[in-house]
Ligand binder design. Structure first.
Ligand code: KG4
Ligand code: ZN
Length: 334
């Protein structure tokens, strides 16, 4: 079975072709992603109108390119999957309209995919033996969610951020430190040479009987620290602040994972989303999993950020479950 997928929920336009064999083993035949980051950098964040326009300009070429690289045409596909929520509404509509017209023209099943479920499904592309149920933590620029994945298509939210997403906190703290958008990856690099105990910062794991996060206090603390240093005429050490910030985020995430595993009794954890690319977090997770004898599933770097291969992977499971849509399919911001 061949699944063609489109992703356009935020600032990455992506198209992919994934093959599913008789046993449901998934293989990426092609995946091509165009980042718009350079277009948004000037404004310090994603500008929705610019995103929609850039998706519109890129989508046909990317779709054509991904089909060509896979050596197929749209008539060879068995289904067309597309992210239809959550995300920037104008950006989502570009992908949804494209997928709808392709599905109508070629008479193919149209499969709507939830972006967060797609992030989780990135793991199926690299761990063919991974099967629900399991708990998953999705940490990206727009989302921080803990989900009990009961089956391939049954997702029960069990924790979330109450304010900023993990990646948003990385980007905002990085911006306050003078880095350009999105600063998460540069923060990662700076943190490698800093002292993680240099600056004391508040945990993002909310205390008490909850699995929720709050990253805004941590971000505000970083901004206040920078401002206080400025008022006192002190030059703060960027590497130390980056290392302290990163260590606090990592520690908060490990606390939540530990609580989830204890609460649910699962012996494994699945991680996904752009922040899962953080080298310090990955190292800490591998160490934690080895110490506690927990199964850890975390995508390779190229599948952590937004991409259409993960949408095809989840699209396959939605198709198998019969979750298809007709031409009335809409996009939803939330
Ligand atoms: O999953 P993603 O590509 O987009 C959303 O669905 O939001 O995640 C992008 C986020 C950005 O906030 C970016 O700064 C962050 O992932 N990110 C990182 C790293 N690489 C990307 N954050 C921390 N460390 C990294 N190495
Ligand atoms: Zn994403």
């Amino acid at each position: 079975m061949l699944i063609f997928a489109i992703e356009s929920s935020c600032d990455e336009t992506s198209a992919a072709v994934v093959h599913a064999d008789m046993n449901g083993k998934l293989t990426v035949l092609s995946e091509i992603t165009a980042s718009q980051v350079d277009k948004h950098r000037l404004y310090g964040g994603v500008v929705p109108e610019i995103a929609s326009r850039a998706h519109t300009e890129a989508i046909s070429r990317l779709a054509y390119e991904s089909l060509t690289r896979a050596g197929i045409t749209l008539s060879d596909t068995d289904a067309i999957a597309v992210t239809n929520r959550p995300g920037l509404i104008g950006a989502l509509l570009v992908g949804v309209s494209f997928a709808k017209s392709a599905a109508l023209t070629y008479k193919k099943p149209l499969v709507p995919v939830h972006h967060i479920h797609g992030h989780i499904a990135a793991n199926y592309l690299v761990y063919p033996d991974l099967k629900p149920p399991f708990p998953a933590l999705v940490i990206s620029g727009g989302h921080t969610s803990l989900i009990d994945v009961r089956s391939y298509t049954d997702f029960v939210p069990i924790g979330r951020t109450r304010d900023d997403a993990a990646g948003e906190a990385f980007d905002k703290a990085a911006r306050a430190m003078g880095m350009s958008y999105p600063g998460g990856a540069e923060m990662d690099r700076l943190a490698r040479t800093g002292d993680k105990k240099a600056v004391k910062l508040p945990s993002a794991a909310i205390a008490g009987d909850t699995l929720d996060f709050s990253f805004s206090g941590l971000k505000t603390h970083v901004i206040n620290y920078i401002n206080t240093c400025g008022q006192r005429g002190i030059t703060y050490n960027k590497e130390d602040l980056a290392a302290s910030f990163t260590a606090t985020v990592v520690d908060s995430i490990l606390k939540r994972i530990s609580a989830v595993l204890q609460l649910t009794g699962y012996g494994k954890i699945v991680i996904a989303g752009g922040v899962a690319a953080n080298s310090h977090l990955r190292a800490a997770l591998y160490q934690y999993a080895a110490e506690k004898n927990i199964g850890l599933f975390i995508p390779p770097l190229h599948l952590c950020g937004d991409n259409a291969a993960m949408i095809a992977a989840q699209g396959y499971h939605e198709l198998v479950a019969g979750h298809t849509a007709d031409a009335s399919l809409n996009a939803f911001a939330g």
